[in-house]
Every structure is written in C-alpha cells, then in structure tokens.
Design a protein around this ligand. Structure first.
Ligand SMILES: Cc1ncc(COP(=O)(O)O)c(C=O)c1O
Length: 379
C-alpha cells in the first residue's frame, strides 16, 4: 500500500469541532439550511417527486453541469457541460485530478502553505512533490523566478490554490498569465484549487485558470462560497476534455457518481447564486472589519500574516507563541473556542481563523482568544 500521511487539519477539526461553543475554525461561509435558503431566494426548494432515485448521470446532470460551466465562463471563453465533471466535493475533485495525473517519476511543484491534500495526495501516488514557499516579499503568491528555478525536465504540473487557504492571498490574472507562459514554455500542466472562488474582497477579481489556459484544470465546490458543504458536491472544470474523461474513468472505480438529491439541491442554490453570494460577501466583509478592529486593539499580540484579499480564512501571527498547536488545543478544550493551529499548514506560531463563521462566534471567540492568551502568556 502506498504511504499516506495523516491529514492534520481534518483530524484537528474532527477532534474538537463538536465540543466547542464558538467555532472560528470552520472555513465555509456559515452553512445554510433549506428554510434560510427559501427566505433568501424567495423560492422553496421542492424536490421533483418524479426524480428517480437512481445513479443518474455519472458525470452529473446536464443542468447542473450547465450551471457550473456558466460560472466558469466569461465574455471570451464560453464553457459548456462537456467541460465539467461533477465530483464528491472539491476534495473528491482534487483527489481525482492527482490520481489521474501523478505517478512515480513525476516531479510536481505545489505552493506552500496550502491545504495539505494538494501536496500529500500526489506524493501518495509516488510523485516527487516539491514545495514552492509563498513569501511576504511576493505578496504570498508564487514568484515567477522562484518557480522557474524549481522546474526540472520531469516536472509534470504545478499546483495552485486561489484564493489561498490558509493565507487568503489572491493570484492576479496578470500573475496567472505569467505562470501559464512559464508552464507552456516547459510543457507543464497547471492545476488550480479554486474552492474559495468567487470570494474576492478587493475590486479586482482574477479570472479562473480554466478561462486563461486551454490545459488548465480547476477544482471547486458548493462548500465555501455557497454555504453547502454538507452536500459534498464539487467539480473539475477544464477545456481539456480528454483529462476529464480520464478522471471520470478513474472515478468509476470508487464513488461512481454523486447523490441525485445533492445534484438537485446544488442546482437550486446555483440558480439563486447571486443572493447566496451577496449574503456571504456581506458576512465576510462585516467579520473582516471585526477581525481588523480586534488586531488593532490587541497591541501587537495578534497580527495578520497577510491581510486577506479573498476566501474566508486568514492566518494570525500570535506574538511570542511558538507552539500554537498546544495553544489551539487548550483554546478548544478549556475555552471552547475553535481556531486551527498553523502547524497543520507548516506555519507554527500562527492560528487560522475562518471569518465566514457566524458573527456572534467571531465576537465571543476573539474575546476568549485574547483572554486565553493573557492568562497563558502573561506579559
Ligand atoms: C483549499 C481546499 N480545497 C478543498 C477543500 C475541500 O472542500 P470540499 O468541502 O468541497 O470537499 C478545502 C476544505 O477546507 C480547502 O480548503
């Protein structure tokens, strides 16, 4: 069996999530229930009682794939259902992409820090995964020069995450274009996890990789911006139909398809995408202001590693604390506040906070975070 390392963030969250009172660790914009969705959209979700509870279309229904294709299209690039494969969450999409592409002898460059799955899974399939550190001097986005120095003869693909989890940094269209040029010169593919898209908080929204590159492979889902992680529904989008065919063929051997009911609920949400996104942009904007006020009044105890430009998470530096794993564990068990330790992303001394959580959780959680710090690390 190939070696598979532990998935640190998923295990930390699972250990503490159910017992905390204030959850600032969750990365999704606060999940919605069907009643709240009806109120937001002005239309009740009704499952067509004639929908047969069968496997349905293995690739996802035509209507759902049309909706996902539309999200990833723009004036210049019109994608269709044929460019979309529906998967079991973005985690299923990422797994399938790496399962399809990575193998022994392949060199893969993956941004760091990021969601551990993106480096760990290709590594499990026997590829040599090299991390490309994201540095402050580059705005925590890939430096073209640093990237160029990592390219080898056997580099097969580059893995990006836009917006980035845990940093909240955003790769601009211009930078993406430069990465694509470098990749094309060297016949390298690019995979971009866009699960936090379209949560971009500054005025300039970057294009999706699959709009910019005919070989680009994008993953996404209903979990973060659409507040429906419980559906476990995601997608792979690419202009490269052969790549999608190969991924679908591998998927036949594990999950086959997603639930037909989840497919229908996703269609309902995506049809009302604008109101759901407005609710979540407003939530993130309000909570980010609270975060900034908290940081300002903390007198240097907490600071942004990078002030987030996109997504629903940010990384906070905790002054003078090296072992944030033990701090986050105490916060969860004794103060009933959940924050994810930076150690889960290879960044000790930091905590990851999800600012798409309910505002009350954030207000109370931040108060307790500071109280815990003052008690545990007196000046
Ligand atoms: C970057 C990234 N990719 C993928 C996922 C998994 O998302 P999903 O719930 O759609 O499987 C997460 C979840 O936190 C994530 O942060």
């Amino acid at each position: 069996m190939p070696f598979q390392e532990d998935f640190l963030i998923e295990q930390f969250m699972d250990r503490h999530e159910k017992d905390v009172k204030y959850n600032m660790g969750e990365t999704c914009c606060h999940s919605l229930n069907l009643n709240e969705l009806s109120e937001l959209t002005g239309e009740k979700f009704e499952l067509d009682q004639n929908v047969r509870l069968t496997y349905g279309s293995i690739w996802g229904t035509q209507s759902l794939r049309d909706l996902v294709a539309k999200i990833h299209s723009n004036g210049e690039v019109q994608l269709t259902a044929e460019n979309v494969l529906i998967t079991n969450g973005a985690i299923g999409a990422n797994f399938l992409v790496h399962y399809t592409l990575a193998g022994p002898g392949d060199h893969i460059i993956c941004v760091d820090p990021t969601y551990q799955q993106l480096s760990s899974v290709p590594n499990m399939f026997g590829a040599d995964v090299e991390l490309l550190h994201l540095d402050a001097e580059d705005g925590y986005t890939p430096s073209i020069e640093k990237l160029r120095r990592k390219v080898k003869n056997n580099t097969k693909y580059i893995v990006l995450n836009n917006p980035n989890n845990p940093l909240g940094s955003v790769i601009s269209t211009e930078k993406l274009t430069e990465i694509i040029e470098l990749a094309e010169e060297n016949k390298i593919l690019i995979v971009c996890d866009e699960v936090y898209s379209p949560l971009f908080h500054s005025s300039k929204q970057p294009k999706s990789l699959c709009q910019l590159s005919a070989q680009g492979i994008v993953t996404g889902s209903m979990s973060k911006a659409y507040s429906a992680a419980g559906l476990r529904l995601g997608w792979i989008v690419s202009q490269d139909k052969e790549l999608l065919r190969q991924a679908a063929s591998r998927r036949d051997f594990n999950t086959i398809s997603v639930s037909i009911i989840d497919d229908h609920v996703s269609q309902y949400i995506l049809k009302h995408r604008d109101v759901v996104l407005k609710r979540n942009f407003d939530l993130c904007r309000k909570n980010l202001t609270i975060m900034k006020d908290f940081i300002r009044s903390s007198n240097g105890k907490f600071s942004f590693v990078h002030e987030p430009e996109g997504g629903s998470v940010c990384l906070l530096r905790v002054e003078g604390v090296e072992n944030t794993n033990s701090f986050a564990t105490k916060l969860a068990t004794e103060f009933k506040v959940l924050c994810a330790p930076g150690e889960c992303f290879g960044v000790p001394g930091t905590l990851r906070i999800g600012y798409g959580n309910p505002t009350e959780d954030l207000i109370e959680g931040l108060k307790l975070l500071e109280l815990a710090y003052d008690i545990m690390f007196p000046a």
